[in-house]
Design a binder for this molecule. Structure first.
Ligand code: G4P
Length: 295
């Protein structure tokens, strides 16, 4: 799997993907936009709305097993309040997948009624699956189609053929023809995608990155942070990220010769443990910060 930052994005790729998706729109009835439930804002492609135009759509918050359930509920309410159908699920256990077909039917209820009136009862409903790399598109399609297919690389320039998958009950899924890019112009987005491991962190300063993550956790999830690293709330609530990182390194006995704390190792540990949800189910993009979210 190519990771987002290692992809050489350039306007040519973006235009090609846009064109390919546009040319497929006439073949489909709805678009399912996969977002990562830990970063629903940051994992949304900024140009999607103009690409999919007026097609009926629904949001699928994937990887819920790793996201804060309270935040996931808030995101679902936020989308609902903005008239956007949304469901939460995870492709690891398959929890929530059953809601997909009924939600698509609901989104398309007027059309389904119109088809019925025209006598088109056996019509297959076709849904395009879109999302930035690593959000879980392949996992979702595999789960829904209950077949293991070879993973197709998400690499610009490598054409993903038109891939249709039958999921039964009169539904077909179309894998995205092309790759959707994340928001480039918001540095916060790059950082948040790096926290969850969707952006390669070897091109970023890991100590700085984990320091920033620790500050976010200090402000939003201090309890799970303290539990995981055996820290005291009162000891860290006024500390900078780097100082928390040093405390963690010390607690974990990560020292280099001379007794200095190996903050680089501590940083890698914090990032790994966050990504594997060892700190618990945590959300980075909080629903209350994005009241105007649009997809
Ligand atoms: P993509 O097609 O959108 O690029 O994403 P893909 O399905 O390849 O998923 C990217 C990674 O996210 C995979 O992990 C996959 O297992 C994991 N994943 C997908 N959905 C979920 C989910 O709901 N919960 C959790 N916890 N993980 C999920 P990987 O480590 O890259 O690959 P693998 O070793 O698991 O195959």
């Amino acid at each position: 799997m190519e990771e987002i930052k290692s992809i050489q994005w350039f306007p040519g790729h973006m235009t090609r993907t846009k064109r390919k998706i546009e040319s497929q729109l006439k073949l489909i009835d709805a678009v399912a936009i996969l977002l990562d439930a830990r970063v629903p804002y940051s994992s949304c492609n900024p140009d999607l709305r103009s690409i999919i135009n007026n097609k009926p759509r629904l949001v699928v918050l994937n990887k819920c097993d790793m996201a804060d359930p309270i935040q996931t509920k808030k995101w679902l309410e936020l989308f609902k309040g903005r008239g956007i159908a949304a469901i939460a699920l995870d492709c690891k256990t398959g929890r929530g997948l059953n809601a997909f077909i009924p939600t698509v039917k609901n989104v398309l209820s007027d059309r389904i009624q119109a088809w019925k009136e025209k006598g088109m009862t056996g019509r297959t409903i076709k849904v395009m699956i879109v999302g930035i790399p690593n959000v879980g598109k392949s996992s979702f399609i595999n789960r829904m189609s209950k077949q293991n297919r070879a993973k197709v690389e998400d690499r610009p320039g490598v054409t993903r053929g038109n891939q249709w998958f039958t999921i039964g009950k009169g539904f077909d899924l179309l894998d995205t023809p092309g790759v959707l890019w994340p928001k480039f112009d918001d540095p916060g987005v790059g950082e948040r995608l790096a926290y969850i491991g969707s952006v390669k962190d070897d091109i970023l300063d890991t100590e700085q990155l984990s320091g920033r993550l620790l500050e976010y956790l200090r402000d939003n999830y201090i309890e799970p942070l303290c539990v995981r690293y055996k820290l005291k709330k009162e000891d860290i609530e006024y500390l900078q990220g780097y100082e928390i990182l040093e405390m963690i390194g010390k607690k974990r006995g990560m020292l280099i010769s001379g007794g200095e704390i190996n903050t680089e190792r501590a940083a890698a540990t914090v990032l790994d443990e966050f990504r594997s949800a060892a700190l618990g189910r945590l959300t980075i993009d909080k629903a209350e910060d994005y009241p105007d979210v649009r997809v």
